[in-house]
Design a protein around this ligand. Structure first.
Ligand SMILES: [Cu+2]
Length: 254
């Protein structure tokens, strides 16, 4: 009799605790802080080579190209985003094997929350290390670094639309269709929302959207469209900010 009562109590406790842990586990992803490494692991991360761990400076928010990403073309610039006002002499270096591939000077954007440096469009394939020095109005500076890889051979996985003057990309089924494409310099791309939910076209990173600010649309409702002519060669990773972790794509301009 006592054994039966104990058994029932254990069964009830197990059910309650089991339910508790189930709820606890379910709530974990939304309540836990953002993982620090790697960032946004659903993006084009390379698992075949080992990148160094990035160093994040004070006030660091995000960067494009993303740390550990593999690009099928050369980025038009490297952009780093912060949550505090940048000041001179903030600087960015983009180097491989001791050689600098950054072009011109580092530019602090007008809102002072991001800085950028152009990259040599003839940069060879390989792993690049970005070292940056972020300085603040009180004259203090903090350094940081991250890495990305350029591998042009992987552009064969991109849909070749290089002979087109105009290209349409449909936003449908919460995806960009076609997703990763190659186009020629001067091609006009038009994005059309075919879904019932709102979508956006946003340049990386999320949510700063600073890599190529021209490539930021307003909210696109069903049937709405957004167009942009690409006049500069390079790689343009982008996403929809309403579905930032799944709805992403890239344009290689040749
Ligand atoms: Cu979307």
């Amino acid at each position: 009799m006592n054994k039966l009562v104990v058994g029932i109590i254990i069964a009830i406790l197990s059910a309650i605790l089991g339910g508790f842990f189930l709820i606890g586990n379910k709530s974990t992803p939304s309540s836990s802080p953002e993982p620090t490494l790697p960032q946004e692991s659903t993006r084009t991360l390379d698992t075949t080579i080992r990148f160094n761990d990035p160093k994040k400076s004070a006030h660091y928010e995000s960067n494009t190209p993303e740390h550990g990403s593999v690009l099928v073309g050369v980025p038009i610039n490297v952009v780093i985003n912060f949550n505090f006002d940048l000041a001179p002499p903030s600087s960015i270096s983009i180097a491989m094997n001791g050689k600098e591939y950054g072009l011109d000077e580092t530019i602090i954007d007008d809102n002072k929350l991001s800085m950028r440096r152009k990259m040599n469009p003839n940069s060879p394939d390989g792993v690049y290390t970005v070292n940056y020095n972020a300085c603040w109005p009180d004259k203090t500076c903090h350094d940081g670094n991250f890495q990305f890889k350029i591998d042009r051979t992987q552009s064969s996985t991109y849909t070749d639309l290089t002979d087109k003057k105009e290209v349409t990309i449909n936003l449908e089924n919460i995806n960009f269709e076609p997703k990763n494409i190659r186009i020629s310099k001067g091609t006009k791309i038009t994005w059309i929302n075919q879904d019932e939910v709102d979508h956006y076209v946003n340049t990386e990173s999320h949510p700063a959207h600073t890599y190529y600010p021209d490539q930021n649309s307003k909210a696109l409702k069903n049937g709405d469209q957004f167009s942009l002519v690409f006049n500069q060669t390079g790689i343009y990773p982008y996403h929809c900010s309403a579905h930032a972790n799944t709805m992403m794509a890239s344009i290689l301009v040749e």
